[in-house]
Design a protein around this ligand. Structure first.
Ligand code: SAM
Length: 454
């Protein structure tokens, strides 16, 4: 029998933000525990050789332990680090990233890692994806519980999101309840309400809401339209997405507009832009401004360069660089992003940026894309979490751009790609590594690496 509870000495934090302790010769990962602490804990799971515990009581707290601001901390799977002071979070992430770079790219990083953290690490998220679930006979709306794909925490607040998001949560929940329809149950694959996605314009202080449901009659949406309109005037657009898929992602196969505009306007740095209900926009607008400015600095543009912005989304990096380059070519796989990139270029009066719809790996084959605008002087890469497609690495290197600037939301795929690139073409070296704390209180970050060709 497991002696429960047990006393654990926490040695360090794991890459997932869990306390690491030794117990009966095994490594135990401990929720809500910090390095240097002694805690009373309970084993909650043993799976595939891994033992997980949760803290019941902190006996000796770490000096940098703080009271989490959010009432849902510990249960909600959203923020894992709120019990650690913000300064220590930043220190820890920087140390973790440095160790990763040194371990995976030995001898290749002889520059210090530079960091940009937030002055006020709250209310920073411009997009939140909530899920509905049946919770003890009530309709729950919130983020997934820590360690659960099925159940959500019925959120009252979310301090990492702007106030309008916390104001919307009870209204959306009450409107869904007023419809008389149940939340979608992912185990039984039945029920109506699935997700509520809120996007916020930081500069305009407005919001756009997308409610995702299973197929159903429009009258079930009537209370949602009425109550959001009446009670949260900052919401300028409401969309209804329908998803009959089994998988639990906030993706809609069909989208209808229920009221308002088809886009919101926002601004990052000097770039104004429109975005709709499906576009990717960096969720932390303040630090996106810092990251885009760093990309521009690292590109060292004089006005004569041809720049390729691969994985360009709605073209925001392209538009930030275009005024300082000869020409910019953005490549993006989603056609609605490309259409918005073109609109956004017009909105900013930019005429030297072109956008091409297609997969980067296809358009790079045989260097095809570089025939469009000529040899690249700069290449910007900003792929999704999975990193670069294997087929993209050789053509990017063969183009011999003097500077490659790579922005990544996943340090692990970033170092794998860098390893492959530096091995294949030793003429490149790492000039600068910067990281941006886009996601305070979570383990995530954005990293920017600048490669130069000797
Ligand atoms: C991390 S986002 C970058 C967006 C943009 N650079 C920005 O800062 O707003 C990655 C983008 O790559 C696009 N994408 C994903 N796979 C792609 C592929 N194989 N080829 C081209 N674009 C792709 C996604 O649609 C998404 O817009």
């Amino acid at each position: 029998m497991t002696p429960n509870p047990i006393i654990l000495e926490i040695k360090t934090l794991s890459p997932d933000g869990l306390g690491v302790a030794q117990w009966e010769g095994k490594t135990v990962l401990v929720r809500d525990a910090l390095a240097g602490e002694q805690v009373e804990a309970e084993i909650i799971r043993r799976r595939r050789g891994q033992t997980e515990a949760k803290t019941l009581r902190v006996i000796v707290p770490a000096q940098d332990r703080v009271s989490p601001r959010c009432a849902h901390f510990g249960i909600c799977g959203g923020c894992k680090l709120q019990h650690l002071s913000y300064d220590s979070q930043v220190e820890w992430k920087g140390r973790w990233l440095g160790n990763l770079f040194r371990a995976e790219l030995p001898g290749q990083i002889d520059v210090p890692l530079e960091r940009v953290a937030m002055e006020d690490p709250w209310q920073y998220r411009g997009k939140m994806e909530f899920s509905f679930s049946p919770e003890e006979g009530r309709l729950g709306l919130g983020l997934h519980r820590s360690g659960s794909f099925q159940r959500v925490v019925n959120l009252k607040e979310c301090p990492i999101a702007p106030d309008v998001v916390s104001a919307l949560l009870p209204v959306i929940r009450a409107a869904a309840e007023a419809s008389g329809q149940p939340a979608y149950d992912t185990r039984r694959c039945e029920g109506f309400w699935r997700h509520a996605v809120v996007r916020v314009s930081r500069s305009a202080q407005t919001a756009m809401v997308t409610i995702v449901t299973r197929e159903g009659p429009a009258e079930w949406m009537e209370p949602m339209v009425r109550m959001i309109r009446e009670q949260v005037p900052q919401v300028k657009a409401l969309f209804w997405g329908i998803s009959n898929r089994i998988s639990d992602v906030a993706y809609a196969e069909k989208m209808t507009q229920l009221f308002g505009d088809d886009h919101l306007e926002d601004q990052i740095g000097a770039v104004r832009f429109h975005f709709g209900p499906t576009q990717f926009v960096q969720p932390n607008r303040l630090l996106a401004e810092a990251a885009y400015q760093a990309i521009r600095e690292n590109c060292r543009l004089t006005g004569n360069e041809t720049v390729y912005d691969l994985y360009c989304g709605m073209g925001l990096i392209s538009l930030a660089l275009a005024p300082f380059a000869r020409a910019v070519y953005g490549v993006e796989s989603e056609s609605d992003n490309v259409a918005l990139a073109e609109q956004n270029a017009a909105l900013n009066g930019i005429t030297n940026a072109s956008f091409i719809c297609g997969k980067t790996e296809d358009l790079l084959r045989g260097g095809a894309i570089f025939k469009l605008g000529g040899k690249p002087d700069r290449i910007v890469l900003d792929p999704p979490r999975a990193g670069l497609h294997g087929d993209s690495i050789a053509p990017v290197l063969q183009a011999r751009a003097p500077r490659i600037v790579y922005l990544s939301c996943n340090p692990k795929t970033l170092v794998n790609d860098l390893k492959a690139m530096l091995k294949r073409d030793p003429a490149y070296r790492v000039e600068r590594v910067q990281w941006f704390d886009f996601f305070p209180h979570t383990i995530h970050m954005e990293t920017l690496v600048t490669l130069v060709r000797r």
